[in-house]
Design a protein around this ligand. Structure first.
Ligand code: ADP
Ligand code: MG
Length: 371
């Protein structure tokens, strides 16, 4: 057996245990002079887990999801589902369930008929359909709603029907495109909790598109972050949070403030704030540092030395039990943090007051390289 054949067999073995695998996916809607909507993206969505495709609007999330579903034909690249190469397989035969942001329920069909739809077109027996639909309505906590029509449901209930309908045919993969995007905040948060419980029961491999970092981190065990149609970073949420590989990842994840600075004697000096680094970069190297709100400590200034005032309090926004504080540094840059309301009271500070600032951590980059 040649080495090449062996490698291919090993790859096939690895794919058999995978949920979804995308290799080099590329899609261009316009001419070659325009950037591709999705450009050479590869990632794996582990079996039985929720993977979030995260990124700003227009970063190519929906296009990528539609390529997995078979609704969009890639210009290049391949897609595997459950170990099988489905690149040439029609959407109908890919064993995927799809839920969009806008309610794609059939308005003229009852909840029961909506959920039964996929089973009917597969010619399931009426008795089996009845059993399966009742089971699914129980699963999405809509028992007794079978005879209602979509117009008689709340937004959250409609999305649960859409999920039941997507699950009806036992898909190998559930593909969700901003399924909670059109709902108000309270319902969205409720549905996220519910979605986690559902996932614990069904263990369906799920790929969820969202532009909301909080949603991605709450729901997903694996996150694939896109920027401008390219893969920015993939990994578990903690990896992206703790070890962002580019300034884009550092700024997108965790709502960081960006401060510019200079390397001096192993420290990154962000204006008058020193940050210890392990860099070998020569003195004078310009850096960009991304500071998360949780990595800033403030105190009332005490005289001179390290505790001397290093910033002034700018805007203070009280959000219930948390307070957003914007600090103004002598450089003119702003450093944002969030502290409990009790801490603000203990500090007794207000807009205009001087404070001393201590950075416990920051992600520091020279160009695109973390130092
Ligand atoms: P996202 O879901 O992350 O917001 P999309 O995948 O919808 O991003 O879009 C990525 C890029 O591709 C955008 O620039 C968008 O305008 C473009 N695009 C998406 N679908 C089409 C289409 N059918 N025709 C032309 N351009 C498209
Ligand atoms: Mg989209």
């Amino acid at each position: 057996m040649t080495a090449a054949v062996k490698v291919r067999e090993n790859q096939a073995g690895a794919q058999a245990s995978a949920g979804v695998r995308v290799e080099g996916a590329t899609k261009r809607f316009s001419g070659p002079e325009q950037p591709a909507a999705v450009s050479d993206v590869s990632f794996e969505a582990p079996r039985g887990k929720i993977t979030a495709l995260l990124g700003p609007s227009g970063s190519g999330k929906s296009t990528l999801l539609r390529m997995i579903a078979g609704l969009e034909k890639p210009d290049a690249g391949r897609v595997w589902i459950g170990g099988a190469d489905v690149t040439q397989v029609s959407p109908r035969n890919r064993k995927v369930g799809f839920v969009f942001q806008s309610y794609a329920l059939f308005k003229h069909l009852s909840v029961f008929e909506n959920v039964a739809f996929g089973l009917k077109i597969r010619n399931a027996k009426p008795k089996d359909i009845e059993l399966r639909v009742q089971e699914l309505l129980a699963l999405v906590q809509l028992e007794g709603y079978g005879t209602r029509f979509p117009s008689q449901l709340s937004g959250g209930q409609r999305q649960r029907v859409a999920l039941a309908r997507a699950l009806a045919t036992d898909p190998e993969v559930l593909l969700l495109d901003e399924p909670f995007g059109a709902l108000d905040t309270r319902v969205r948060i409720e549905l996220r909790r519910w979605m986690l419980e559902l996932q614990e029961k069904t263990h369906t491999t799920t790929v969820l598109v969202t532009h909301d970092q909080e949603e991605a981190f709450e729901l997903a065990q694996h996150v694939v972050l896109l920027a401008d149609g390219k893969l920015a970073q993939a990994g578990n949420p903690h990896e992206l949070y703790d070890r962002p590989v580019t300034p884009f990842v550092a700024s997108f994840i965790g709502g960081a403030s960006m401060l510019s600075g200079t390397v001096r004697s192993g420290f990154a000096w962000l204006g008058n704030l020193p940050l210890q680094t392990s860099t070998a970069a020569p003195d004078g190297t310009l850096v960009r540092a991304y500071v998360r709100s949780g990595d800033v400590r403030i105190a009332r200034p005490r005289g001179t030395g390290p505790d001397a005032p290093s910033a002034r309090v700018g805007r203070v926004v009280r959000l219930g039990s948390k307070v957003q504080v914007s600090l103004l540094l002598p450089s003119g840059e702003a450093l944002n943090l969030e502290i409990p309301r009790t801490e603000l009271h203990e500090l007794g500070i207000e807009t205009g007051d001087p404070v001393s600032v201590d950075l416990t951590d920051a992600k520091v980059f020279v160009d695109d390289y973390a130092i």
